[in-house]
Design a protein around this ligand. Structure first.
Ligand code: FES
Length: 68
């Protein structure tokens, strides 16, 4: 669980740069029960960009291990 301050910071940070989706959306999806990159992608619309999910894939993996 993130503090309010951490959530505020996450709202401003990029989550999936290719798709312009904020980090906060990814955190929300994980808090709502997403357990894998595929589930997060389905819930948020991340992935499928020019980096082939390399950048957001790494962030999702880190968040999945720290939040779940
Ligand atoms: S950052 Fe998400 S697909 Fe490139």
């Amino acid at each position: 669980m993130l503090t309010e301050e951490e959530k505020m910071i996450a709202r401003m940070k990029p989550g999936c740069i290719c798709k312009g989706i904020k980090l906060y959306k990814i955190i929300q999806a994980i808090e709502q029960g997403a357990k894998s990159y595929e589930e997060v992608a389905k819930m948020t619309g991340i992935g499928g960009g020019s980096c082939k999910s390399e950048r957001c894939g790494e962030k999702v993996a880190e968040l999945l291990s720290s939040l779940t």
